[in-house]
Ligand binder design. Sequence first.
Ligand code: FAD
Length: 512
Amino acid sequence: MSANRREFIKFVVAGAVTAGCPIDLSLVAAQTGDAQKSHAADVDGEDNRICHQVRDGKVFTRPPASARHDVVIVGGGVSGLTAAYRLQHRDFLLLEKEPHWGGNAYGMEYEGSTYATGSAFLAKDEYAYHFAKEIGLEPLPVNSPDASIIRGELVPDTWGEGLSKLPYSPSVRESFKKFKKEMLAIDVEKRGKELFDKPFTDFMKGYPGEIKQWWDNFGPSNWGATSEETAAGIAILALQEMVEESRTDDRYTWPGGLGAVTKKLADILQPKCKDRMQRGATTVAVVSEKEGVQVTYTLGGELKTVAAKAVIMATPKFITRRIVEGLPEMQSEAMHQIRYIPYPVVNLIFDKPVFNHGYDTWCPGNTFTDFVVADWVIQKHPGYQQKFNILSCYTPMKEEDRGYLLNEIGARKIAANVLSDFQKLMPALNVDPVEVHIYRRGHPLYMSTPGLYTRVQPLARHPMDRVFFANTDSEGPESTTNEGIRAAQRAVKEVEMRLAGRPEPKQTAVAG
Ligand SMILES: Cc1cc2nc3c(=O)[nH]c(=O)nc-3n(C[C@H](O)[C@H](O)[C@H](O)COP(=O)(O)OP(=O)(O)OC[C@H]3O[C@@H](n4cnc5c(N)ncnc54)[C@H](O)[C@@H]3O)c2cc1C
């Protein structure tokens, strides 16, 4: 795409970069005046100085507690919101640093059309499916096995019938089929630990590079890692599920993806618990004392401390370990071992139909890995008319490239590269969107590396007297909304037992 064509497209930059933090104020200053011009980038966010101070280990002067609660929940993503939902009978306080609820499961709107900025779908066999129903959401079926676009050709149902149509040489196509057969024959449950401790590349020896290229595209989008760094068990399970999907797709979602779940939770809780749900509140210290826990947070530029009988940390562990004082060394080290990738989502907003051939399409060899059609699950609803064709391009990045997201120029360039790669996929996709939105997150997806699920996560989630650990990164083997919900329910159970004076449940011991 020429620089001229691009100048007429409006780019909007949103989201937090330093995951503990909203974005840099200087970015907001940079966009004043020109913000509404077609070539300017809009930046939505707030001050990140507090988060940087937390990161750098600053010790805050903690004011005395001004209120008491049964449970303080830190982090208002799906995990923290679920904990609050399950603790409605208690006096809880929920603290979220961003101006909105949802964390990585958050949808936004463009002139009434909803799109995802993160989490996309869930599966029927996950607890999250039943939880969604419990809170009054009717999951909508995806019913569309994943396609790929390879060498300019759309290959529907890639790992089903698509394997015979891959635009590769006959010998490469045969290798794909052999690889699939070999992976399907593996009993993951039986060989569990071994498979979760080994890299996926151990299973690719002797196979052509095209297979690795496909997985090096799929892996980062789903679990943050290329094949060398992926625990084999997770990839083999994913392939087995994908083959099953080509028979019966058991994935469900809503327009805007799983942001629908967090929105619903917030809608249920807010009318009843408004004064116990605080946004724009960044927690900076969680300090255990004999009779309870003191939680200090900033709100509107002021520090506040509250006392709690118990605390649930629903924040990612790289933040949690900086905030919770007195963590046993091994547990803190386990948290430190969890790695997170930077992962923006670029939404291409078209005012005419451009691509409506399938829900999720994989595009190996590009700056983004796959794209999802935002309104796919309602397209066939009687009377529905698509106003905007919004395509959410998933753009996982390498850890070392995180810095590109820090400033507006870097974020805008990533979005422009995604658009340019998208337009080159097939001639029919060479269309200009009306707007391009990039939602950037610095550390949203933990990497499912070998040993993480078997050794690291059990240590990281161990309760610490009155402090309990939720968030999806407590559970594994993969970062999912389902695991965020499950982590919350486990933490709530642990809290109830602790408040009832019963001993901690037996888990992997953590020496300190
Ligand atoms: C691009 C992308 C696509 C994904 N796709 C899928 C998918 O299709 N299906 C699926 O199941 N999962 C998917 N996931 C994973 C899923 O989104 C996450 O596992 C889930 O949303 C995690 O929820 P959580 O509440 O555990 O953590 P988070 O969403 O990380 O929530 C933590 C919250 O804590 C807040 N916080 C952080 N620090 C502080 C502080 N100091 N004080 C107060 N608050 C703080 C954060 O702002 C955030 O809101 C995807 C993730 C990404 C990034």
